[in-house]
Ligand binder design. Structure first.
Ligand SMILES: Cc1cc2nc3c(=O)[nH]c(=O)nc-3n(C[C@H](O)[C@H](O)[C@H](O)COP(=O)(O)OP(=O)(O)OC[C@H]3O[C@@H](n4cnc5c(N)ncnc54)[C@H](O)[C@@H]3O)c2cc1C
Length: 397
């Protein structure tokens, strides 16, 4: 099915496609943007050099954080334009060069809630890649119950001083900045006493301890903040306004990329089909059934994406789709990991390479266990859908 997006978006697609072809740099076809973001991308050598050159070209054309408004360095692209852009980059196999959480979570929250001074200071540093953020929301006793966070933020002159413990902080080992939800006023109802602070994470009273995951990698860490300081300029939305800012962040986290995320799953699925073919698995009716299940679910994601895209093109705000989307893709990914193990059969139990590490599909399976937990667990998404979309009675407090 092809959606008619209208002449403006089709013209944008053509113009962008021409730009990519005029500026493309060879050798980047297999770069996985997630590897760059997760720090597993090789930082030296010809591919890394080509990636840097490509990033510069995108920067000059304002194609890094292009969804941000023009006055803060973006191009002001709408959700529909961004869907077209993501599709073109993926189809033409060039990396999009994302600024990770800075681009998708912190920037949008500053744009909505930040002062002019905050926008002028923080946003250009995200676009240039100078600031790389990690998310300091969860604590050992406060994950789903985010509004209960206990890390304190005490004002000391022109600074705020953070003390407490954060955990499950993805990419902390690669970041130089952390966005922290802290309790700046313990004497008011819990949602009103929070502040959203951008704090330097290096040499600033933060002890970062990596946590080892079942994949063998340490993609996230726990941090002990002991007198971590940040200027009051770094309190986005002002003291006591942290919950509102955090809700903007979470809305972006759960709904982001819904229009084009099927592209990634589509590629992964066809790679698994190739793996099954190599192993003769496509003759097995159970494997065929599983692959057909995955195919139909990727197609559903594609149609959901198109539905959202047409809503965006018609300038309608998406509603509770963010939670439906998070629930659907995460539960799909978990089942897909199990299907991949079925395709490998007994080989799934064997270590790979001289160090008996995990192969691609084993990593897909193991890492997929986390996806129904982060960005709000499946139970929390179901609560949101039940209460806010379907209007069911609220769960007892
Ligand atoms: C891979 C990974 C990366 C992460 N990255 C980050 C990060 O970068 N930054 C960050 O701040 N956090 C991060 N997290 C943490 C994540 O946000 C929390 O794990 C998540 O919010 C759940 O919180 P919790 O682990 O404390 O579990 P809990 O909140 O204790 O939940 C335990 C169980 O109870 C259920 N539950 C809780 N409340 C309810 C309710 N009201 N109704 C029904 N069921 C409920 C949950 O669904 C879950 O099954 C990451 C987590 C993972 C796994």
């Amino acid at each position: 099915m092809k959606l008619d997006l209208g002449p403006e978006l089709e013209a944008f697609r053509r113009e962008l496609g021409d730009w990519i072809e005029d500026n493309r740099i060879d050798g980047l076809e297999d770069v996985d943007e997630r590897a760059v973001y997760l720090g597993t991308f090789e930082q030296s050598g010809p591919v890394a050099a080509a990636y840097r050159q490509w990033s510069e070209r995108l920067g000059q054309a304002r194609l890094i954080c292009p969804q941000w408004p023009e006055e803060v360095g973006g191009r002001g692209l709408s959700g529909a334009h961004m869907a077209v852009l993501n599709e073109e980059f993926s189809r033409r196999r060039v990396p999009r060069v994302s600024r990770g959480m800075g681009e998708s979570l912190v920037g949008p929250s500053i744009i909505v809630h930040g002062s002019e001074a905050q926008k002028a200071h923080f946003l250009p540093r995200i676009i240039s890649g100078e600031d790389r953020y990690c998310q300091g929301f969860s604590e050992p006793d406060h994950g789903s119950d985010l509004a209960g966070v206990e890390t304190s933020g005490v004002v000391d002159g022109e600074e705020i001083v953070l003390t407490g413990q954060k955990v499950w902080t993805s990419g902390a080992h690669l970041a130089n900045m952390i966005f922290v939800l802290c309790r700046s006023d313990p004497n008011v109802p819990k949602h009103q006493g929070l502040s959203y602070v951008l704090a330097p994470i290096r040499d600033n009273g933060v002890d970062i301890r990596p946590l080892r995951q079942p994949t063998g990698r340490s993609g996230f860490s726990q941090e002990y903040l002991d007198g971590c300081r940040a200027p009051l300029l770094n309190v986005i939305g002002g003291l006591g306004n942290g919950w509102r800012v955090a809700m903007t962040t979470l809305g972006n986290e759960r709904g982001g990329g819904a229009t084009t995320q099927h592209l990634r799953y589509e590629r992964e699925l066809w790679d698994l089909v190739d793996e099954a073919r190599k192993r003769g698995g496509t003759d097995d009716p159970l494997v065929r059934q599983d692959l057909a299940w995955a195919y139909s679910h990727v197609e559903i994601m594609r149609f959901q994406g198109l539905r959202l895209l047409s809503a965006l093109a018609a300038k309608r705000e998406p509603g509770p789709e963010a939670s439906v989307n998070k629930l659907f893709w995460s539960e799909y990914q978990q089942r897909f990991g199990e299907i991949a193990m079925g395709v490998l059969g007994a080989d799934a139990m064997l270590g790979v390479g001289p160090e008996y590490g995990l192969g691609r599909w084993q990593s897909t399976f193991v890492s997929s266990r986390a996806v129904t937990i982060f960005s709000g667990t499946s139970e929390i998404q179901r609560n949101i859908i039940g209460e806010r979309a379907l209007g069911l009675p609220r769960e007892p407090g």
